[in-house]
Design a binder for this molecule. Structure first.
Ligand code: 5CA
Length: 444
């Protein structure tokens, strides 16, 4: 893409309303635009990154056999009255009336709707387990939306739901998601630690938040550092080994402040292993048994002829929040350099040609390199404006393609000035640049 044609409203300075670096960067490079309090439009750069995150989230869900559906954003209040949450959910739920005066709502989550879908078709234990997910906008009328898309009112979430015949089978489903989440966040180049958590309005008594470390995070966390050494390379989705894996994680103290207990922390974790910091919740999983299936009558026939309510869990990932969380983790604010992980970068590489009136041929050369890179499926952005080189580099450092090619005085013949964004440059031939970037992309 040529930057002169791209819809990318870049600001010279940090916008004053943004308090944390992800919000600053997202406004600065025009990834989002606020439309009203806590509600944002996603502009090309931001939308592209979010779609790439969504793709990875989707692939990992599909790998563990979750089936994708799409439920609407607007729901009827009837099913929420059945579960009892229509009253309980309180002011965070946006309630609306249609022209027939029917009570509707903009879904803050989908336990009721998915239970209704399930109960209308699944009648026998033979069809279990059922694992369903969708990726859809949610609305929560947060009292204090803040930090841009990190805590907003309308946000994009992946939410999955499991239906099982017994607690034992339901824990197996829970553990599948647990492992799948560790893998998903790893592919996004994040280290997310699972933490015992409160269940809030979703309910149940088993729950883990997945939290990435970031000074600007909203959750205070207390953990045993050794939890970072556990490995997530399990590929076999076998009941016993998944349970062992989760227990391994649970051996190490890791909780958010809601569950923090000073005495327990000091008893269980030796001084040198104690980690007290802040984090961002990027995912949350819940097991709540028959909390919804019982009041809503979602039962199946059992082998002996009896019936029982299905055991359910739900599993969320904040897809839009992840865009901000990754910036919090990766953006070097001091030097104003963002380097996106290649798996989700808006572009793989940026071409930064020095242009002055006497050296038009440099733009031709840059355009030829651009065409060659595109031919090799390398997503490239080129700055074809006539700004000076240093402001072009500044701009590309913010946009954050992980590699840069500078076409200027130091370009001699075949050898190009190439660098990893934020690092020192070195000389490399175009064919080797293509090889290097292609290899990096394939690894992800
Ligand atoms: N039904 C369950 C699981 S599917 C649920 O709604 N869980 S949740 O409330 O924890 O939300 C799931 C994820 O959505 C959170 O981990 C967080 O990453 C994201 N999220 C929640 N609220 C917001 C918000 N106001 N702004 C942005 N992302 C949010």
């Amino acid at each position: 893409m040529h930057i002169s044609k791209l819809f990318i409203p870049i600001l010279k300075n940090n916008p004053s309303e943004a308090k944390i670096k992800s919000h600053q960067l997202m406004l600065r490079v025009g990834m989002i635009k606020q439309s009203s309090a806590g509600i944002y439009s996603w502009l090309p750069l931001g939308f592209k990154v979010m779609k790439k995150i969504e793709k990875i989230v989707r692939e990992e869900q599909n790998k563990i056999g979750v089936q994708e559906i799409l439920m609407p954003t607007i729901q009827s209040s009837e099913i929420w009255k059945e579960s009892g949450r229509f009253e309980d959910y309180g002011e965070e739920m946006l309630r609306i009336k249609d022209r027939q005066d029917r009570e509707m709502l903009y879904g803050p989550t989908n336990e009721e709707l998915v239970t209704d879908i399930f109960r209308s078709s699944i009648k026998s234990y033979k069809s279990l387990p059922q694992l369903l997910y969708h990726i859809q906008w949610k609305f929560r009328d947060e009292i204090r939306p803040r930090f841009g898309i990190m805590r907003c009112r309308e946000f994009y979430m992946k939410d999955a739901y499991s239906f099982d015949i017994s607690d034992e089978e339901a824990f197996f489903s829970y553990n599948k998601f647990f492992l799948s989440y560790l893998k998903t966040f790893k592919r996004l180049d994040l280290i997310a630690i699972p933490m015992a958590a409160d269940t809030g309005p979703i309910g149940g008594n088993l729950s883990h938040e997945f939290v990435i470390l970031a000074e600007t995070g909203e959750s205070k966390i207390f953990a045993d550092k050794r939890i970072f050494d556990l490995n997530t390379n399990k590929t076999v989705l076998e009941k016993k080994s998944l349970e062992v894996m989760r227990q391994e994680y649970e051996k190490y103290y890791s909780v958010t402040d809601e569950k923090f207990n000073k005495e327990e922390f000091e008893k269980k974790v030796s001084n040198e292993n104690r980690l007290v910091t802040k984090g961002i919740e990027v995912g949350h999983i819940f097991y709540f048994g028959d909390k919804y299936s019982k009041p809503m009558g979602a039962s199946v026939d059992l082998p002996g002829g009896k019936k029982d309510f299905v055991k359910m869990g739900s599993y969320g990932i904040g897809v839009s929040r992840l865009v901000g969380a990754i910036i919090e983790a990766k953006y070097d604010e001091k030097n104003e350099v963002m380097k996106w992980p290649i798996s989700i970068a808006p572009y793989d590489v940026s071409i930064i040609p020095m242009i002055n009136k006497n050296e038009n041929n440099l733009l031709d050369k840059a355009n030829n390199i651009y065409t060659e890179l595109k031919k090799n499926n390398i997503d490239t952005i080129i700055d074809d404006t006539d700004e000076n080189l240093s402001s072009k580099i500044k701009k590309m450092n913010l946009i954050g393609a992980p590699y840069q090619i500078i076409i200027g005085k130091h370009t001699d013949g075949d050898l190009l000035e190439f660098k990893e964004t934020g690092k020192d440059s070195y000389k490399l031939k175009l064919k080797d640049i293509i090889k290097l970037i292609t290899e990096q992309k394939e690894k992800n």
